[in-house]
Design a protein around this ligand. Sequence first.
Ligand code: HEC
Ligand SMILES: [Cu+2]
Length: 333
Amino acid sequence: MAVGRTGRYLLRACMLAGLPAVLAACEGRQSALDAAGAAARDILVTGWALFVGGTVIFLAVMGLALYAALARPERFPGRLSWVVGGGLLFPVVTLTALQIHEFGLARRLAVLAPDPALVVEVTGVMWWWDVRYHADGADPVRGANEIVLPAGRPVELRVTSADVIHSFWVPSLAGKIDMIPGHVNRLPVVAERPGLYRGQCAEYCGAQHALMAFDVRVLPAGEFDAWLAARRRPPPEPATPELARGRDAFFAVGCHACHAVHGTAADGLVGPDLSGIGARPSLAAGTLPNRVETIAAWIQAAQHIKPESRMPSFDVMDGDTLHAMAAWLESLK
Ligand code: HEC
Ligand SMILES: [Cu+2]
């Protein structure tokens, strides 16, 4: 009786402790268990089949092992057929079937649309993401640390690296793919649901590998077209004297040596493109939430927040100038 009660308490405690974690892992913007893309769904179905099949086989084998240990030998007939059937035939048949399924899956996941409406080039850089959108044969639109996609349209991602091997992974949308210097890997993606997703570098790439994430914003197709068109226009002139002062300081301090802002004289290529940065959910490759204060903190203390990154800390500006600069960047939407 006592054992039963302890067991029940234990079970309840485990469930209370573990359940939220288990449930939290199933949903959300970075979860292979919450598929929002065609490829992710295909992978998820196979994952569940493996999990359920593995569980059933495990339970059956444990049941049989227990029975074999407890029952008398004469009550376990056909010993040889168990060995041949369970030990040889069953694994050969199931593993062959799985392998055939796997070949089909791998092939489906790699099928590229012959003429994709949108190609997005993503380059991994220690420790951020350079993004270029190619559509309608027009000049590419550059962005960084965020990928905006149209829902329901086939998109081809072309991923590569500027330095070491990184790995591109948006679990909610598709499988993982290596980013290899000097080589372009192509990944077809169809995002099914508008929403905000998160991706992450999935291959250790140096000191700040853990702070190399990005956002994926999936917009309804029409909104995406409007977004892309807006990104081709220069930003509006600063609306207030403070914003104008922030913009002037950006050029005076020399930020444009490394950063580009479309439609201005800033065309640096060393760091992330800052066009439209105010509309991005996060800052510095998913490191900070994106607000005027965090932009200011980043400018002042980048080497403290992300040591060894190639963005210097600018801790010589007065507070007003720093704030104005951050406010101007935040106003770029
Ligand atoms: C020597 C080159 C260099 C200079 C100069 C530089 N930056 Fe950067 N900046 C970078 C790099 C590289 C990153 C990416 C760091 C990372 O996340 O690993 C970055 C990141 C940023 C980000 C975050 C971008 C994003 O996509 O989230 C902002 C904002 C930024 N810099 C603003 C500035 C401002 C403002 C100045 C001038 C005061 C400046 N930077 C000067 C190289 C530079
Ligand atoms: Cu990386």
